[in-house]
Design a protein around this ligand. Structure first.
Ligand code: M6R
Length: 382
């Protein structure tokens, strides 16, 4: 049952400290700065990596890909529905990682099967023991989030991020020892965010907004996309996430172009290839569109502050999600604070604030939070 929570989503948001503890259990050597993933023991360092996933899992994959790339392994992320083995370089030297909570998503399974057919090694990063992905892939790394009933993925996203951070560290010859300590602290830090979050009051203040925007950069860019997906999914409001650097590529100066663009993007709030973003998000920013800016240390926050100024020039309220409130508070309207962690892990904490913000907006609007219209927990048709 919901253990006293109004919704499964809220319960699952609050289960994140435990989910992450489970994900880490027996995978961090107790007195060492080393991650041990037995399930990858006989996996060779691949020449290249492809990640395939849908929805929230795709955002986790984008995050994981950044970490893998930093260790020098050429890594690409694909929407599973767009992955065609015959049109990408995939062979026996390639590791294809399917990120899928359910382990049953049709597009992800098809992509993994095509990759297997092209002799790639496959790895499932999944929450579901005995799922198709777990049975069919060569290797499995369970994220161990526990059952997730709410259609909106929350704790499974955090667990996927942590699992992928561990996979990245385990696959490479030069693991980052500082990450290990930071991982150990993460569950308690998540608890602090949950205990101290001001997201409820903030959501109440912006309940009538016409749209919500989320901007992030580097490690937090996937979190911006995820924040927007969550907001759309459970509030049915227009929300969009951007890599902060793309904001200024809007055709603001061309008034006519801006008008057109508004029209188009309002209609198609979802489903753009990322490259389409540069067609003008800034044109949508007004006093009625609060912007959540992910301003965390280690993700070029000075640059994103530049974008914040552009946003404020259009009168939009800016809500910073940050681990350095004293650095950013004078530039923004509100602050949602998260504890400082390793720069690669702070985005996991920041995302929790965004989950809570979406939850409280949806709750206030009386939406069907655990079962949003038109959506299913597991999408088993292409
Ligand atoms: O089971 P999967 O992780 O493969 O599911 C992929 C998406 O359908 C899923 O992440 C979806 O986007 C979320 N439920 C959104 O909250």
């Amino acid at each position: 049952g919901k253990s006293g929570y109004d919704h499964y989503m809220k319960k699952e948001i609050h289960e994140q400290p435990r989910a992450i503890r489970n994900c880490l259990r027996n995978r961090i050597a107790e007195f060492e700065d080393r991650i041990v993933l037995e399930e990858l023991a006989d996996l060779e360092r691949p020449t290249r990596i492809h990640l395939v996933a849908c929805g929230t899992s795709y955002h986790a994959a984008l995050y994981g890909a950044q970490l893998l790339r930093e260790h020098g392994i050429p890594t690409q992320t694909f929407l599973a529905s767009e992955y065609r083995a015959e049109s990408v370089a995939v062979d026996a030297e390639t590791l294809v990682i399917g990120v899928t909570q359910s382990g049953e998503t049709a597009d992800t399974m098809r992509a993994l099967r095509e990759a297997s057919g092209a002799d790639a090694t496959t790895l499932a990063v999944t929450n579901t023991v005995g799922s198709s992905a777990a049975r069919e892939c060569d290797h499995v790394c369970y994220v161990r989030a526990g059952p997730e009933i709410g259609v909106a993925a929350t704790k499974t996203f955090a667990s996927q991020q942590v699992a992928l951070a561990m996979v990245a560290n385990a696959l490479v010859d030069d693991p980052d020892p500082t990450l290990v300590d930071a991982l150990r602290e993460l569950p308690d830090q998540i608890q602090r965010v949950l205990d101290e979050s001001q997201a409820h009051a903030l959501a109440d203040a912006y309940i009538d907004a016409g749209a919500y925007f989320f901007v992030g950069r580097e490690y937090t860019a996937p979190v911006a996309l995820e924040g927007a997906l969550k907001m759309k999914e459970i509030t049915y409001k227009h929300a969009e996430g951007f890599a902060a650097g793309e904001l200024k590529h809007g055709p603001l100066a061309l008034v006519e172009g801006a008008l057109k663009m508004k029209e188009i993007t309002y209609k198609h709030a979802e489903g753009f290839a990322a490259g389409e973003l540069k067609h003008g998000p800034l044109a949508l920013v007004t006093a009625n569109t609060p912007v959540f800016a992910l301003l965390t240390e280690g993700s070029r926050l000075e640059k994103t502050l530049g974008n914040v100024k552009e946003i404020q020039a259009r009168d939009a309220p800016v809500i910073a999600v940050t681990d350095v409130p004293e650095t950013v508070e004078r530039y923004v309207d509100h602050v949602l604070e998260v504890p400082s962690s390793h720069p690669k892990l702070t985005p996991i904490l920041a995302n929790i604030q965004l989950q809570l913000a979406s939850y409280w907006v949806a709750n206030q609007l009386n939406r069907s939070i655990d079962k949003p219209r038109n959506l299913a927990k597991s999408v088993t048709v292409e």
